[in-house]
Design a protein around this ligand. Structure first.
Ligand SMILES: Cc1ncc(COP(=O)(O)O)c(C=O)c1O
Length: 455
C-alpha cells in the first residue's frame, strides 16, 4: 500500500511513526487488515534507518495498533469488538444474540433468587465474600463440572461473573501484553475483544468439520511461539462443530507435546452430554471455563473456572483486580438451584427446546444431516458465491431480522468466508423462529440479483 506517515512534533522518529499510525487509524486513513509498507521501503522513503522503522512498528504493536510476523508483513489490527445488541433496535427480531432464554422456567428461576435473598443470612449475602466464592458455591461448581464430565476439587474452582469474566481473569493471569493467543480461525468475538483490550495478539488456526486442525495448531504454535490456545471443543461458536473423540486426543497430544496452556471454553457443552472435556485428559495445563448463562440464564452472570492449583493464586489476583468477587446472592441462588435439581430440569428443557428448533431449521434449510449439529443453539450457513455475507445481513436487517456475518468471528477479517451465524434460541418461541427462518431462506434463495444489484 502507498501509505506515508506524517511525522510530527519533536519526539524521536520511531515514536512519531507510531503516533502517525494511531492518528491515521483514528481518521480512517488506515483500516483493519491494511498492510503497512515493508520496513526497508518506508526507511528509504523517510530517509531513516531500517532500525528506526522497526522500532516504530514495534512501538505501534506495543500500543495494540498493529500485528506482524517476521517475513509476513505488519498489519493494522481489528478494533475491539463492540456487540451490536448494545444498541438493540426496537421492532427487529434479533437472531444475532446467542442465548437460550429459559422461557418455561423464567418465573421459577426468579422465585428461587427471591427465596435465596429472603431465606439466606442477609449480612452474609450483602457482605464481601472470599474472592473465589464461598465454599458452598465452589462445592456447587464441583457438582456442575462433574455433570459435565470433569472431576475436580473445590479448591481448584473459582466462581466468576460468567464465562467472559473467567476468560478475562485467565488471560490477565496467564498472558502478558504482546503474547500470542491461538484460537480457531472463526472464534467467539468476546475473546477477540478481550485479547485486543489486553494487548494480546490473536492468531487464527485452521478449522474443519471436526474443529481445530491439530497439524495447523502445531505449525502455528511453532511459528508464533504462542504458549496459549483457546478452543471450544463442544459446540464451537460460531460454526457449531463438536470435536469427536479422535480429534480431542490429537489436540491433547499437540498441547502436551508443545507444552501449551489450553483455555477450554465449555459454555455450550451442557447441550452435548457424554463428551469428556479435554481438561480431564490434561488437567495440569488447562483452564476450563463453564457458564450458567446458556444453561440457566445469562442475567445470573455466573460461571465456574477450574484450573490447576498452581495457578489459583494468580487467577485469584486477577479476579480481585476485576470485580473482587462474584455476587454472593446470585452465587447462592445458583448453588441452591444446582443442589435441588432445578438447574437440571431447566437444562433438560433447554436440550429439548434446542433439538426442536434445530429440526425446524433443518426442514427449512434442508441441511445435510451428517454435517448439521443436532444440539447446537446456532446454525452456520455457508453462502457460496451467491451472497456476500455482509450484504445478506444488511438485507435481512431491512426485512426486520438480525443475524451475524462471518466477519464478526474471523480472527483475520479479510479471510472471513461468506457465511452467517443464526441463533435459534434468541426467538421468543418456535413459531416466530419458523417465520423468521423462512424469510432468511427465501432471501438467500432469491439472491442479491432480486435487489437489482449485480452479483
Ligand atoms: C463461547 C462463549 N464463551 C463465553 C461466552 C460468554 O458467556 P457469559 O455470559 O457466561 O459471560 C459466550 C457468550 O455468548 C460464548 O458464546
Amino acid at each position: 500500500m502507498s501509505w506515508t506517515p506524517r511525522l510530527r512534533g519533536a519526539q524521536p522518529v520511531y515514536l512519531a511513526l507510531a503516533t502517525s499510525i494511531a492518528d491515521d487509524i483514528q481518521a480512517g486513513r488506515l483500516a483493519p487488515g491494511d498492510r503497512l509498507p515493508p520496513q526497508r521501503d518506508l526507511a528509504d522513503a523517510l530517509g531513516v534507518t531500517v532500525t528506526t522503522v522497526t522500532r516504530g512498528y514495534a512501538e505501534a504493536a506495543r500500543r495494540g495498533l498493529v500485528s506482524g510476523e517476521v517475513g509476513r508483513g505488519t498489519y493494522i489490527r481489528q478494533p475491539a469488538f463492540a456487540p451490536a445488541h448494545r444498541h438493540r433496535d426496537a421492532g427487529l427480531l434479533d437472531l444475532s444474540v446467542n442465548t437460550v432464554l429459559p422461557h418455561a422456567h423464567a418465573r421459577e428461576i426468579s422465585a428461587h433468587i427471591a427465596a435465596s435473598a429472603s431465606r439466606g443470612d442477609a449480612e452474609r449475602l450483602l457482605n464481601y465474600q472470599p474472592c473465589t466464592g464461598q465454599s458452598e458455591h465452589r462445592a456447587a461448581g464441583v457438582v456442575w463440572l462433574a455433570a459435565a464430565g470433569l472431576a475436580c476439587e473445590a479448591d481448584e474452582i473459582i466462581v466468576t461473573a460468567g464465562a467472559q469474566h473467567a476468560l478475562a481473569v485467565t488471560l490477565m493471569a496467564l498472558a502478558v501484553p504482546g503474547d500470542v493467543v491461538l484460537a480457531e480461525s472463526l472464534t467467539y468475538p468476546g475473546m477477540t475483544s478481550l485479547a485486543s483490550h489486553l494487548h494480546l495478539e490473536m492468531r487464527g488456526v485452521a478449522i474443519d468439520q471436526h474443529g481445530i486442525v491439530p497439524d495447523a495448531l502445531d505449525a502455528a504454535a511453532r511459528r508464533s511461539g504462542a504458549r496459549v490456545v483457546y478452543a471450544m471443543p463442544s459446540i464451537q461458536n460460531p460454526t457449531g462443530t463438536v470435536m469427536p473423540r479422535a480429534r480431542r486426543q490429537a489436540l491433547v497430544d499437540v498441547v502436551t507435546r508443545l507444552d501449551l496452556t489450553l483455555i477450554e471454553d465449555d459454555t455450550y457443552g451442557f447441550l452435548v452430554p457424554g463428551l469428556t472435556p479435554l481438561a480431564a485428559a490434561i488437567p495440569d495445563r488447562t483452564v476450563y471455563v463453564a457458564s450458567l448463562s446458556k444453561s440457566l440464564a445469562p442475567g445470573l452472570r455466573l460461571g465456574f473456572l477450574r484450573a490447576p492449583s498452581r495457578w489459583i493464586n494468580r487467577l485469584t489476583g486477577a479476579l480481585y483486580a476485576t470485580m473482587i468477587t462474584a455476587t454472593p446472592l446470585m452465587a447462592t441462588a445458583a448453588a441452591e438451584m444446582i443442589g435441588d435439581g432445578t438447574a437440571a430440569r431447566v437444562l433438560q428443557w433447554k436440550r429439548q427446546e434446542i433439538r426442536a428448533r434445530q429440526r425446524i431449521a433443518r426442514r427449512i434449510f434442508k441441511t445435510d444431516p451428517a454435517r448439521a449439529v443436532a444440539m447446537s443453539p446456532h446454525i452456520w450457513i455457508e453462502l457460496g458465491a451467491k451472497w456476500a455475507a455482509d450484504d445478506l445481513a444488511t438485507e435481512l436487517r431491512r426485512r426486520g431480522i438480525l443475524i451475524t456475518p462471518a466477519r464478526e468471528f474471523a480472527v483475520v477479517r479479510r479471510d472471513a468466508p461468506e457465511a452467517v451465524r443464526i441463533c435459534l434460541g434468541a426467538a421468543p418461541d418456535r413459531q416466530v423462529l419458523e417465520r423468521a427462518l423462512k424469510i432468511v431462506a427465501e432471501t438467500i434463495a432469491s439472491g442479491p440479483r432480486a435487489l437489482g444489484r449485480a452479483i
